[in-house]
Design a protein around this ligand. Sequence first.
Ligand code: SF4
Length: 691
Amino acid sequence: SAMRKTEVKRTKTVCTYCGVGCSFEMWTRERELIKVQPKPEAPANQISTCIKGKFGWGHINSEHRLTKPLIRENGAFREAEWDEAYALIAKRFTEIRDQHGPDALAYIASSKCTNEEGYLMQKFARGVMGTNNIDNCSRYCQAPATQGLWRTVGYGADTGSIADLEAAELLLIVGANTAESHPVIATRFKRAAKLHGQKHIVADLRKNELAQRADLHLKPEPATDMIWMNAISKYVIDNGYHAEEYIREHVDHFEDFKASLEDFTFDFAIERCGLTREELQKTADMIVEADTICGVWAMGVTQHSMGSDTATALCNLLLVTGNMGRFGSGGYPMRGHNNVQGASDFGNMPDRFPGYEFVSDDEVRQRYEKAWGVELSKNKGLNNHQMVHNIHDGDLKSLYVVGEDMSIVDSDALNVQGAFEKLEFFVVQDMFFSRTCEFADVVLPASPSVEKEGTFTNTERRIQRLYQVFPPLGDSKPDWLILTELAKHLGHDWGYTHPSEIMHEAAGLAPMFAGVHYDLLTDFNSLQWPVAADGTDAPDLYPELKFHFDNGHAKFHPVSWTEPTDQLDDEYDLHLNNGRLLEHFHEGNMTDETGGIVYKIPHGFVEVSPELAEERGLKSGAVVRLKSRRGAIKVAVEVTDRVQGRQLYMPMHGKKNIEAINVLTSFEADKDTDTPAYKELAVNMQVLEDH
Ligand code: SF4
């Protein structure tokens, strides 16, 4: 044949979607992806992947990719060369800083970018612009989980590994839809149930896939998980089932904790959570009987006005039963984005440097000042939520957002969009012209993970390397290169030529990563932080029950319950929950580019219980208007017994503004972390079209 034979190239990479961190080889010919080939040596997934990792790569060669910088001129965008875009950004950032001070500018890093890019983003904000106004999207998901773990065991991360989850006798899965959100980990759960009789308790409003298979499915009333968890802790202590010796030797503040549980009786849990005494007793029995328990949780715990305290209650329950720091036990917040763990680990937080050291700590700050040759601010910066506030107040003038479609994924989206309209200068860096780009002054075209080198950190703190599969499309560039070049336009010549140089700089500065080196991360090799200088890593965060506090003891942290925000009333009489679908990822900007996925799930929908459908005379396919105290959307109905009573559920992947859940969600937030209370949402429902 006349066809030119080009060689098939195999390149190891890491999935760009969720925090499980599946790795595999990509087989490619020029810009064509032939197949995704998982390998037994892949540490998180071996030979498994889900539909997104296997097929969700339509974004790479999509005609919708941004391939040129865009500059807004007279109300419309025009294409520009990089140098012109950099020069404009450098000029406007400098003007705004000179006029209003460095804290008039703020930065949002991407949890889809690499660790190296995360490190550079905070170096840019702090070292080039002089502000700690930097955050990442974990503010919108697992920041409360981090808080719960910091308070009780010391590090804000999964306490063990996926191997612990598989080995546990009992999994307590709270507010997590693991089968759809972390599919490959859910496969391991199912295997453990089959192979060694692992038991599952799933607490979720909705009968999700794991709930259907669970030994016990609890359906507590929305925002009441803390109550039943505290009630179980109280039952355990009152009946002398607590891990007495473990607590005596390894956990502080037991008496305070015990006293704090006084009101959390089974009667209170029955009354407020709507659970039966039998369900509570069975939960308690299963917890008492199991020798090893892992607590697994996600947004159903964290996205509440008491998200941090609820995560803390779960950690307390694990401690009181002796289930932190032993193999097969521990606390596991399931990380959402591929690199949401890494984004925080590498300092994209308003008060922490890489490795979670405080910006207010003089010794730490001086270490960075010396290395970077700059003077740094010791003032805590603004978090994502506060940034939106401060734009409305007029104090924050400029924002630089990497890879976040904030105008649609942040809660109370109309309020966020209103803030963006007030910005003096707005830079958005993305692969696609997202809805946030519509508000920008400059849009920079970034490259997807397969067009760059670097590392991601998965939910079990595992740092894994990705190799470049394709060259960047058009004029798009990897984020690390964009930041390096932009810094140079602002007079800071960092001189990086490869991401390995960035990682090695970070490892030299942050003790948590002391031994991280690209030589130890070749191919499928990986490291779980903290990594000691000699390269020893940590599958278990607390070996020999040494917790991450000065005295080595874990700490009970008493919490109390308050009523949730955005309560139901006569006008807003339904509770609306939201979450992921297996096939799609978040707002859909990437998964919408894969034809097969869009064909399977063409539009958004709202799940309505059979009881409610009957009451309202609704059938699947009817179109309804959902209205909250903030806004209203139109969406098609799906009648299903996955939801019950007056509870509705909607996937978060609204394709268009009319289906976007966050038009409805509120600006209320967790009192400890400012994570929005996405799951506290009252709406009403009006039928627009019958089916
Ligand atoms: Fe990717 Fe997560 Fe699916 Fe693995 S489970 S293939 S990391 S989306």
